[in-house]
Design a protein around this ligand. Structure first.
Ligand SMILES: *[C@@H]1O[C@H](CO)[C@@H](O)[C@H](O)[C@H]1NC(C)=O
Ligand SMILES: *[C@@H]1O[C@H](CO)[C@@H](O)[C@H](O)[C@H]1NC(C)=O
Length: 317
């Protein structure tokens, strides 16, 4: 019984086989081609770096794509050992320390410099070269003259507006101890004093007393937990952005405010040491802080204001 039944079913299928087989093959071929067409349509959007890292206003030429997507170029740019450290034996210990720590501490600094959307510019073989380039601008007599004459009032006015707004938002107050990082001749410090924050000072590689004292933002000359408020519009000048941020978080008091003006949708000047393509990398670098606000500003070529507040750590770890 069983045998005959199975035999008849076999003969049944053999008669209908070509038809079913044809339908089956047809549907398989159809679904494969639909699937591959869909995948083809989707594929460009699945490449995350194209979407997030291609800078605005830049046509994605092959060179830019590798430039911004390759982690190798990040690490090449930033961890090049100091080639000139043996030539300057005298008083460059501080600077060598900075570079050495950076190389030893590869994990920490490397991680920060690998932040997507933040690129350290190539071309600085050593910290000394970097400082020299910054000094070229800061010490340029023509520029300095302009800064302290023609530029002065205009800039102090604009900075005063920014700071008044921050006072209105209770992010700055007349009893804040305030620091301006990379202040050059100190127009922002003058503005702070003008809007009623008398306890304010600036630092830069070249001092401009009494408003600006000598200090490197990679290694601020202040104790931990010193300031209520720090302002800077020179983030793009930092050769080591992670150090720049760590020093701010170190010298800010818990609950202290940091205000950065950065260029996100346009490129900063030729003295810049890094390029930022969104505010996301900043949020990653400010590990000890929370974002208070992000807004568009028109600040001397810088288009974005980002405000952080250093977290107040729990006393019970
Ligand atoms: C700060 O402002 C408050 C009121 O706005 C005022 O009472 C206080 O005297 C001011 N302090 C200083 C140091 O100017
Ligand atoms: C200052 O802060 C840093 C990190 O924020 C810490 O490593 C260091 O030990 C502190 N120094 C002092 C003297 O507390």
């Amino acid at each position: 019984m069983i045998k005959t039944a199975s035999l008849s079913s076999i003969s049944n299928t053999t008669t209908t086989k070509p038809f079913i087989l044809r339908i089956f093959i047809f549907s398989v071929v159809l679904s494969i081609s639909i699937l591959s067409f869909l995948l083809f349509l989707q594929s460009p959007h699945h490449l995350p770096y194209k979407k997030t890292i291609t800078p605005p206003n830049t046509t994605p030429t092959p060179s830019t794509t590798t430039y911004f997507s390759s982690r190798k170029s990040f690490s090449q740019d930033t961890t090049t050992p100091p080639t000139t450290s043996t030539t300057n034996e005298n008083n460059k210990h501080n600077n060598e320390d900075i570079i050495d720590t950076n190389n030893d501490n590869n994990n920490k600094n490397g991680a920060a410099n690998d932040v997507e959307g933040l690129r350290t510019r190539p071309g600085y073989e050593s910290y000394e070269k970097y400082v020299q380039r910054q000094l070229d601008k800061t010490l340029n007599p023509k520029l300095r003259k302009v800064w302290i004459t023609r530029d002065w009032d205009r800039k102090v006015n604009v900075f005063s507006k920014f700071f008044s707004d921050l006072i209105g938002k209770k992010l700055l107050s007349n009893d804040s101890k305030a620091l301006c990082i990379g202040a050059r001749v100190g127009q922002e410090v003058a503005a702070l004093k003008r809007v009623g924050v008398p306890n304010s000072v600036g630092i830069d590689l070249v001092p401009y007393p009494p408003l600006v004292m000598k200090g490197d933002f990679h290694d601020q000359p202040f104790d931990n937990n010193t300031f209520d408020f720090e302002f800077s519009n020179v983030f793009d000048h930092a050769l080591y952005p992670s150090k720049f941020v760590r020093e701010i978080e170190r010298t800010l008091k818990p609950g202290g405010i940091c205000v950065l003006h950065v260029a996100v949708s346009r490129r900063a000047d030729k003295y810049s040491a890094n390029d930022l393509f969104s505010v996301a990398p900043l949020m990653k670098l400010f590990e000890e802080s929370e974002v208070v606000r992000v807004k568009n500003v028109d600040g001397f070529g810088l288009d974005t204001e980002v405000v952080f507040r250093k977290k107040i750590k729990s006393q019970w770890p």
